[in-house]
Design a protein around this ligand. Structure first.
Ligand code: PLP
Length: 411
């Protein structure tokens, strides 16, 4: 780092400021985490130099024998962690992984049944501004108005009516456990592929805090930077039958050379997730999310669907008379970073929204527990309703983050 500081103080300053931001505030963005120093070391390595188009042992470039070891380790560790028949660790991101999954299984114009974006689905599940909505015929299922849970009867009815070639389960803002067996049943009934996009919950699956999608789905796509606590990136698991199709879809169809430094960092993260402590981490992430959600409910801020089974909650702010956008701003002023989020059947546009999304992967990595979650809920409720309290809350946030720092001082 001292080298960077001397050569490019502007960028070194950005890195230091971002570290300060992480250390000085509470991060409740559900899709983020704090990658370990070992993961960061692999990312900042000479492996970024290497072109390695192809797969271990069958590359289109010379000199790949060393990076092959990194990719083999990543694959072997992921297979061990999830019990998958085949793993591709090359997707640059969750969106690239999904594009490759579509490419492997479908032709443009095919029908796909996926979760409505405004009910918690991801852009790559059929949004008109994304390849998925532009190139495929998307039919959307959602959550029930009364329970705010996925309407499995609707999923089945839509599947029987539209005969999709692929069904997608998995979401970006759905706090509850997903019934993969129910989706498998519907997919089998209509002869569809089942894609489980577990970008958000892969870390909880790895630690056994949520059931795995691997035994049920034909293809499982994921990201490595969320609850899994690895580098920014994606991956795909599938059955042996689909292995060649998936590999060809990732390279050469969607991507060129893999990011070997990221692949090595993914191997480090899978290695960390294989340790017994990771199961404890995953369980604490969920325990913290439950405590935070229950405490917010006690403060009069309603959790969508009444609670959570995972690392995140969606909070309906309509009773507090504050929009999601305003709550996001008010929390930011107090050093609490979270995002506005549409709630199901939201009357407000996506730029405003009636809700916020909170998640516990970062704070749990920092070692915060149930007591801190109760206090964080009180702070959120206070600052959402009383913007003038921001200064006072910010002081307490600073104390909490001094006790539970985002990164050790020697980083
Ligand atoms: N799929 C789901 C369900 C997600 O929540 C996300 C990101 O939040 C993605 C895919 C895309 O991941 P990325 O941002 O790495 O492209």
């Amino acid at each position: 780092f001292s080298l960077l500081l001397r050569q490019d103080p502007e960028i070194a300053g950005v890195l230091l400021d971002e570290l300060d931001r992480l250390r000085g505030g509470i991060q409740l963005i559900a899709s983020e985490n704090l990658a370990s120093p070992a993961v960061l070391a692999a990312l900042g390595s000479t492996l970024t130099n290497k072109y390695a188009e192809g797969y271990p042992g069958r590359r289109y470039y010379g000199g790949c024998e060393v990076v092959d070891r990194a990719e083999r380790l990543a694959i072997d560790r992921a297979r061990k962690l999830f019990g998958a028949e085949h793993v591709n660790v090359q997707p640059h991101s969750g969106a690239s992984a999904n594009l490759a999954a579509y490419a492997a299984l479908l032709q443009p114009g095919d029908t796909v049944l996926a979760m409505e974006l405004s009910h918690g689905g991801h852009l790559t599940h059929g949004s008109k501004v994304n390849f998925s909505g532009r190139w495929f015929d998307i039919v959307a299922y959602g959550v029930r108005r009364d329970t705010e849970l996925i309407d499995y009867d609707e999923v089945r009815a839509l599947a029987l009516r539209h005969r999709p070639k692929m069904i997608i389960c998995g979401a970006t803002a759905y706090p509850r456990e997903i019934d993969f067996a129910a989706f498998r049943g519907v997919a089998d009934e209509v002869g569809a592929w089942l894609l489980a996009d577990v970008a958000h919950t892969i870390g909880l699956m790895a630690g056994g805090a949520l059931p795995s999608a691997v035994p049920y789905a034909d293809v499982v796509t994921f990201t490595t930077h969320k609850a899994l606590r690895g580098p920014r990136g994606g991956g795909i698991m599938c059955t042996a039958e689909l292995a060649a199709k998936i590999d060809r879809a990732v390279f050469p169809f969607v991507q060129g050379g893999p990011l070997m430094h990221a692949v090595a960092a993914k191997a480090v993260a899978f290695g960390e997730a294989l340790r017994p402590e990771f199961a404890d981490y995953a369980r604490r992430v969920v325990d913290n999310a439950r405590t935070l959600t229950d405490a917010l409910a006690t403060e009069g801020l309603r959790p969508v669907s009444g609670g959570t089974d995972s690392h995140l909650a969606l909070i309906d702010l309509r009773d507090a008379g504050v929009s999601g956008a305003l709550a996001e701003q008010r929390c930011a002023a107090a050093g609490i970073t979270l995002n506005r989020n549409a709630i199901p059947y939201d009357p407000e546009p996506p730029t405003v929204t009636s809700g916020i999304r909170v998640g516990t992967p970062c704070v749990t990595t920092q070692g915060m527990g149930q007591e801190e979650m109760k206090e964080v809920a009180t702070m959120i409720a206070r600052v959402v309703r009383e913007p003038d309290a921001a200064g006072e809350v910010r002081e307490r946030v600073a104390e909490l983050t001094r006790i539970h720092p985002a990164y050790p001082s020697e980083l």
